[in-house]
Each structure stands twice: as C-alpha cells, then as structure tokens.
Design a binder for this molecule. Structure first.
Ligand SMILES: *Cc1c(COP(=O)(O)O)cnc(C)c1O
Length: 412
C-alpha cells in the first residue's frame, strides 16, 4: 500500500466538474472566472437542491398543516441547524435568515436606534464595504451618535494602536469586516473584539468576504453579531444570515412587521414571536435557505482547511507571476490575506484592462469595489481585482497573465 507522505493532493479537476458554468465559453474563449469576491459560482449539488425544492415540495413554511408545508419547514429548519453548526453558534435561534449581508447589517443598525443616545460613539474601519458604512451613517443621523474611523496603512492593514485610542466608555458598537473585499486583508478580529469588549462595546463582524475561505467560530471569537451572504460561498443570491448572541437579539426590536413575526395581533396590541421568527417577517427565500445549507455541506465535504491551503497556493503563484509585469502595483500586501489581488498597471485605467480581457473570456472586477474610502486612501479611482476560488487553476492564472500582457501592449 502506498503511504500518503506527499502533500495532500487537491483534485481541482474533479471539483471543476461540479460547476457546469466553468465549462462554458465567453466571447469564444473558455471562461476564466476570477470575480469570486463579487459572487461565487454554484455547484450542481446546490442547483439540484433548488430544482428539487421547486419540483418536489414547494410550499409555504411554518403555517400549513399539510405534508408539503411540513417537509418544506423541516428542510428550512434543518438548514438553519446546518448553519448554526457551521459557525458554531450556541443555539439555532441565534441564526436569523436574511436576504444577505446588507439586509443583516441594516437589521442591526435599525435595532440600535432605540439603544443609542446623542454623543454615543461607533467605531468603523477605513477598510469597509459601503454596506458596512452607510447603514451606520443613517443610524448616526437618526440618533446623534458619532462615527470614528480606524485608519489603515500602505499595506492595507488597520492601525491597531489608533483603534485603542478611539475606544472609550462612550463607544457602544464596533463594526468591521473580517476580511476586506477590496484588498483581501484578514483583520485581527480576535484582538479587535477583546479590546472592544474591554471598553464595554459590542462588535459586529461583516463576514461576507471571510466566510468563503475561513470557517469562523462565533463562540470562540465571542463576537456579538456575524453576518454573511450565501452567494459568496457557493449558495444562491438573495439569502444570508445574521448571527447574533441571544441576549442581543432579545434586546433589539423587530426590524420589519408582518406575518410570521407575531405571537398575537389585535388592533390594540401586537405581541412578537420568539427568536428567530421575531426577525423573519413575511415569506422568506425558502429554497435559498435550504440551498445555503446544502452549499455549506458541499464546501465542508471538501474541507475548509484544504480550500484555504489550495487558495493560498493560487495566491502565491498569481502574486509572483503578476509582479513580473512591469509597472504592476499590488494594493493590499498584508501578511494575512485571502486569495484576492487588487492591482493597477502603470497609469492604465482599470476599466480598460477589464474590458480587453473580457474579450478573452476572463472575468475580473474593476472599479472601487464598493469601498471608495480605500481607493481614496491610495488616491486612485479603482483597481483591477482578481479574486480566486478553490475551483480556479494555475493554468487559468497563466492565461490571465498572458491576457494582461496583451492588454498592456494595446493600451500603452
Ligand atoms: C459582498 C460584500 C458585502 C455585501 O454583500 P451583499 O450580498 O451584497 O449584501 C458586504 N461586505 C463585504 C465585505 C462584502 O464582500
């Protein structure tokens, strides 16, 4: 018998077969999909989950006495438990289904309206996605609370000494991304949470960009709120979750009123349902929630450790190759980062590069990546962002680098 001494083999070719879209052509060329930080592709197992729902047991949940409704309810609640286990939440009622990260952040920001007073302080970082900035600005406008910003440095890392200076007994809430979508920086969230708690502040982590690569343990982190979108981790669009510690979710008022979130309704007074239903008004994205659970199963079967190790290999390979292109500058060179490379080549506008390589079948993101403050820091209008997933290959990176060389020749 052969002893498995060599490095564990990551069978990317067989994984790629799970993703039907990866075998299509774009503009006559095989698709090279490097825009995974915007949305990931969907494996057949998850597509099957959705078609199975609509072809076998489509029905409204939590209401019907009939069999289909019970099957749908069971599957939806099973998905909630899968998600609870994945993020290691203590209880399944701490998992609230939302339409995604943006909805989850708005839910919390709205809830804090009644918990803040004029002059209270919130702390955000310079590295955030707009959806972790704007809802809080709106909260500040409603309450008179003040937002303070942790600055970043040239490497795309947060200034932790400055963070400590910003914290005081006035700080009520700190909200930060676990991983930056613009640069891939993995933030030192454990330290950030400890310092915030020492100051008496709660912490919300925007895990949208971390969750596809890092299996977060909300209890080990001791984080108060953690939010993710399914569509960035092999699931469908339009579904995500808010994890909140039970004590916090009990403190926050309901976000939307409607069916499903009530215990009793009369015109004099309505009483609200218990968690998690208090925050789940109306008919949710049932097939989406179920498919999210199946997407987690899919990724866990491959294994997050293996995924992370393989993606780091892709990141190193791509970084080394890209830096050989003359005039190419990478933004965000934090020691710990996910497989995201944000860059520009000389003075060439990122949009022009993106357009040319699209003609060659290569999908990357160009622009500010919903993180204008990061672009302002570097005084650039945007970057080209290549973001890798576990189904990308080194051969695709070679194709990408050749296409960039071509684009560069055409544009300079
Ligand atoms: C994608 C992303 C969001 C927004 O997610 P939606 O799915 O559009 O709600 C927020 N924060 C980060 C870090 C992201 O990458």
């Amino acid at each position: 018998m052969k002893v498995a001494t060599e490095k564990a083999h990551f069978d990317v070719e067989s994984i790629r077969k799970d993703f039907p879209i990866l075998s299509r052509k774009v503009n006559g060329y095989p698709l090279v999909y490097l825009d995974n930080a915007a949305t990931s592709q969907t494996p057949q197992q998850v597509i099957n989950s959705i078609t199975n729902y609509y072809s076998q047991y489509n029905s409204n949940i939590h209401r019907g006495v009939h069999s289909l409704s019970q099957e749908a309810t069971d599957a939806y609640e099973q998905a909630r438990i899968k998600i609870q286990k994945h993020f290691n939440a203590e209880k399944s009622n701490e998992i609230i289904f939302t339409s995604g990260t943006t909805h989850a952040i708005n839910l919390v920001a709205s809830g804090f309206t009644s918990l803040l007073e004029k002059g209270d302080e919130l702390v955000v970082s310079a590295l955030e996605h707009h959806s972790n900035i704007v809802p809080w600005q709106m909260l500040c406008e409603r309450t008179g609370a003040i937002m303070k910003v942790i600055p970043m440095n040239e490497h795309g890392m947060l200034d932790l000494a400055e963070y400590e200076n910003l914290l005081s007994e006035k700080t009520k809430l700190v909200f930060i991304n676990h991983v930056s979508n613009a640069l891939g920086t993995v933030n030192p969230v454990q330290k950030i949470i400890e310092k915030a708690h020492a100051a008496g502040a709660a912490v919300l982590l925007d895990g949208a960009q971390a969750a596809p690569h890092i299996k977060a343990d909300v209890q080990a982190l001791d984080v108060d709120f953690y939010v993710v979108s399914a569509h960035k981790m092999c699931g469908p669009t339009g579904v995500g979750i808010l994890y909140g510690k039970e004590e916090w979710l009990n403190k926050l008022p309901p976000y939307q009123g409607g069916g499903e979130m009530i215990a009793t309704v009369t015109f004099e007074k309505t009483t609200y349902a218990d968690l998690p239903h208090k925050f789940e008004a109306g008919t949710p994205n049932i097939s989406g929630g179920i498919a999210f659970g199946d997407a987690l199963d899919y990724m866990n079967t491959i294994g997050f450790d293996k995924i992370a190790a393989y993606e780091q290999e892709l990141l190193e390979y791509a970084t080394e190759k890209l830096l050989k292109i003359e005039g190419l500058r990478i933004y965000g060179v934090s020691e710990e980062k996910t497989a995201v490379i944000s860059f520009n080549i000389g003075e060439i506008h990122p949009y022009d590069i993106g357009t040319i390589i699209d003609k060659l079948g290569i999908a990357v993101r160009t622009g500010h990546h919903c993180a204008q403050p990061v672009m302002d820091y570097y005084k650039i209008p945007g970057t080209v962002r290549a973001s890798f997933a576990f189904y990308n290959t080194k051969a695709e990176i070679d194709t990408f680098v050749e296409a960039l060389e071509k684009a560069k020749k055409m544009l300079s």
